[in-house]
Design a protein around this ligand. Structure first.
Ligand SMILES: *Cc1c(COP(=O)(O)O)cnc(C)c1O
Length: 437
């Protein structure tokens, strides 16, 4: 499979090149040249397959040309060492729980997959590869843990100082080994800009092999399609989908997760509509309403993993639907919630439905509660465990009501190590050179 750039200004590349480079030479995002559709029979019998089996079928469509079946199977099965169950919240609303992995957030899926794929491609190489990842919270922990101890790969996590929760921070600043945390005085957008600038810095790239593990990397975002198929299969298995349409509501920041869902739909998954649920960073909502897209500086909210002012995967959505606002707004609708509303939703779902959402999942839930029609079943993606945001969630549902999973408590016990930097590219560049050599 070849991969082209959304900017169409550079030749197509192989999967290996797309994964190692991350971003295309013309600053576009890589897209697979084609999307293979499943036969209808696949969906007829999909409920007979388990999560790993389904994921392997999906993976073959994208990666089957480039990786032999045995290795691909190993990568997929090893990635999915945890379940992504669908849990009933109301008669028509289900939670797709994506927080059962090592760092308790959905990014574990893409990060673990990418680490294994990169390792597969780099097997015979001697040089060290440096993964640069900007994070607004959960990406850093998922990538750091996905790559921890993988030979030949050094990970640099850039995060905005004081803007991620203590728990999130502990998941990438306490690991040591091949993981270096860079604490940037600035916003998430600054972190993302530093990473993008480094990729376009020819001189630096001649000295170091750099790659991205942000959701722009095809090895991170495409595997996220796996759990949309599995959610469909599990609901079908329970007989929930008979004479019903399926709607997915996706708490969105950089739009990687929802884009993977859109790819699943293009592969034939019967989804009638997606909802992009936002916090106060609602540029996507505005685009869907008006057809005009205006990026902005991000603002801080309770759902901080969605505090993104210029969502990178938006370029993929435009490309997928030939820049047609008409098509895009038929398939995707938007919803957004300010912080006060997020608090109210979280509390209501907890008291009325006995289900504890995290602040991101709460946005996903509400978009369904407000918009679902009678003949529809809604699934919201519960993108992180509520204990990742203990302070916020306890301030809403009361102290002692947010159980702390053992995995998370273990991170909190580690010692924090980070390198502090301001948001100037020059300093970041120097730091990279020093750390690597
Ligand atoms: C990253 C993240 C999001 C946003 O996902 P995108 O793929 O960037 O749209 C939502 N919720 C949580 C908990 C996250 O970590």
């Amino acid at each position: 499979m070849r991969y082209y750039s959304t900017n169409n200004n550079t030749p197509e590349v192989s999967l290996k090149e797309a994964v190692v480079k991350g971003l295309a030479a013309d600053s576009g995002l890589f897209m697979p040249e084609r999307i293979v559709q499943f036969q209808p029979s696949f969906f007829k019998y999909i409920q007979n397959l388990n999560f790993q089996e389904i994921a392997f079928e999906v993976a073959k469509n994208f990666f089957g040309d480039d990786i032999d079946e045995n290795h691909l199977k190993e990568i997929v099965y090893d990635t999915l060492q945890f379940d992504c169950p669908v849990v009933k919240v109301t008669e028509s609303i289900y939670s797709l729980e994506l927080f059962h992995g090592p760092t308790l957030a959905f990014k574990d899926v893409g990060a673990r997959y990418m680490a294994r794929l990169l390792n597969y491609f780099l097997n015979d190489r001697e040089k060290q590869v440096n993964v640069l990842v900007a994070t607004s919270g959960d990406t850093g922990s998922a990538v750091a843990n996905g790559f921890l101890g993988v030979d030949g790969i050094h990970v640099f996590v850039l995060y905005p100082k004081g803007k991620v929760s203590k728990i999130q921070e502990s998941q990438f600043t306490t690991l040591g080994k091949n993981i270096t945390a860079l604490e940037i005085e600035g916003t998430f957008d600054d972190c993302q800009r530093l990473v993008k600038t480094a990729f376009l810095d020819d001189e630096l790239n001649n000295k170091l092999i750099l790659t991205s593990a942000n959701s722009i990397n095809v090895a991170r975002f495409l595997p996220q399609a796996f759990y949309y198929f599995n959610a469909y299969a599990r609901l079908k298995e329970q007989g929930v989908l008979e004479n019903k349409e399926l709607v997915f509501s996706v708490p969105s920041g950089n739009l990687g997760n929802i884009t993977a869902g859109l790819f699943a739909r293009e592969m034939g998954l019967p989804v009638v509509r997606f909802i992009a649920s936002n916090n106060a960073n609602n540029m996507v909502f505005e685009y869907l309403q008006t057809g005009k897209y205006q990026s902005r500086s991000s603002v801080e909210t309770l759902a901080n993993a969605m505090d993104v002012g210029a969502p990178s995967n938006f370029a993929r959505i435009l490309d997928l639907y030939n820049h047609s606002h008409k098509t895009i707004s038929e398939i995707i609708t938007g919803s957004w919630y300010p912080d006060e509303k997020i608090r109210e939703i979280l509390k209501r779902v907890y008291t009325e439905n006995n289900y504890l959402c995290d602040p991101h999942g709460a946005c996903g839930y509400e978009a369904l509660a407000e918009n679902l029609r009678e003949n529809q079943i809604g699934v919201f993606l519960e993108t992180a465990h509520p204990a990742k945001f203990t302070e916020t969630v306890e301030s809403i549902v009361g102290k002692g009501n947010v159980p702390m999973p053992d995995k998370l408590a273990a991170f909190m016990k580690g010692e924090k190590k980070s390198i502090q930097l301001n948001n100037e590219y020059y300093n970041f560049r120097n730091c990279l050179m020093q750390e690597v050599i």
